[in-house]
Each structure stands twice: as C-alpha cells, then as structure tokens.
Design a protein around this ligand. Structure first.
Ligand code: MG
Length: 214
C-alpha cells in the first residue's frame, strides 16, 4: 500500500476504534504546553493496550515510564473497578501532571504514580506482584534489565508490552554506539528468541512489542 493510503487507513482506525475523550485530548495539549516531549503513545496504541489487558483479565499492571499519564489512563480504563495500575516515573513534574489528569479521569483509586529511578523501585515492587501485565515505555537503555525483571515478576499467561520497538527506525542500525538503540536491539533479540516468551512486534507508529509469558 502506498504511504499516503497507509496513513489514511491509520487515521480511519484511530477515529473508528480509538476516539479520544475530552480528558485524553486535554492531556495531550497539557503535555505540549508544559514543554514535555510529545512521545506518548497514540490513541490506537492505547486501544491496543486495552484489548490486550482485557483479553488476559488483567487486574494488576505495572507501567514503566508514566510521562503525563496518557497511557496509564487508557490502561486503567481496561481494568476492573478493583484493578490496580502502578506506574513509575523518574521526573517529579511529569508525575504531578499525570496524577492531576488521572484524578480528573476519575481513576485516582485505581492508579498509583510512584516517583524515582526504575530499578530500585522495581526491586521494592517485586513484593507486590506477581503482575498480570507490564508496559515498558521508559529509558531505552534500560529495556533489557526491565525485561529481566518482568520475566520474574509477570505471571505465566501474562503480558510484557514495550513501546518503541523500532526506535524511529534506528533499530536497523548495525554499528550504533547509542545506548538507547542498543537497548532496544537487545530487548528485541531477547524477547524474540527467549523460550520464556511468545512474542511479536506490531508495526504501529513506532512498533509495539508484545510478549506472552510462557
Ligand atoms: Mg514510547
């Protein structure tokens, strides 16, 4: 399919299957106004997360990399009323924006934002698992470590989902020194070949890796 038609089809899917409500649209604007990087997932990816979480009956989910809470809101809406999403974020200002919008979306009971470096937080969080699903969308150099943590802390039959599997196309670079690109390459290799997972990358905006924990 030619590029223009492909983009039109993507818009068609987003409009038909994943319309944003006011809160999500406002959050997208707030992220822009705050000068934060506009790297949140797209609405169709949000809907994909919802389908996946509901398919496995997820009740307890961990997210790595909250940003403004955009993906957290999509995911939390797919959980039962007694479900929980714990989302971790390194930057305090992003966490504050996320908490604000999560509360406005009526999801404060269901979503907890924790601030700090991922690895020490994950160490503590291990005691609160096992988790039904993990969504990784944090620093790319850390992806292989995050995958290892998920392998031990997401239940069998659960999902490890990761954004930016293409790293803007840079995943194809053969001789990169960029730690982020290397992190994604290593993550993809491991998740593709490791017998602990059954996995695929869905070629959305920047690629979403989906790994079922065996
Ligand atoms: Mg991302």
């Amino acid at each position: 399919m030619e590029q223009g038609k492909r983009e039109a089809c993507e818009r068609y899917v987003a409009e038909l299957f994943a319309p944003e409500d006011e809160i999500l649209a406002e959050l997208r604007l707030a992220i822009r106004r705050a000068g934060l990087p506009e790297i949140q997932i797209s609405a169709d990816e949000g809907k994909l997360l919802q389908v996946l979480l509901q398919a496995i009956g997820a009740r307890l989910v961990i997210e790595l990399g909250t940003l403004g809470g955009y993906s957290a809101i999509w995911m939390a809406r797919a959980l039962p009323s007694d479900g929980r999403l714990i989302t971790i974020e390194k930057e305090a200002d992003r966490a504050e924006l996320a908490r604000d919008f999560i509360a406005r979306a009526g999801l404060a009971e269901r979503v907890e934002v924790r601030v700090g470096d991922a690895l020490p937080l994950l160490e503590q969080l291990a005691a609160e698992g096992p988790f039904d699903a993990a969504f990784i969308d944090a620093d790319k150099a850390g992806y292989p470590s995050y995958l290892e943590w998920c392998a031990g802390n997401v239940r069998s039959g659960g999902l490890v989902i990761a954004d930016n599997a293409f790293k803007g196309g840079r995943v194809l670079e053969g001789d990169t020194q960029d730690p982020g690109v290397i992190g994604i390459q290593e993550f993809n290799r491991r998740v593709a070949r490791d017998a602990r997972f059954t996995s695929i990358v869905v070629p959305t905006r920047d690629g979403v890796a989906i790994a079922l924990v065996n």
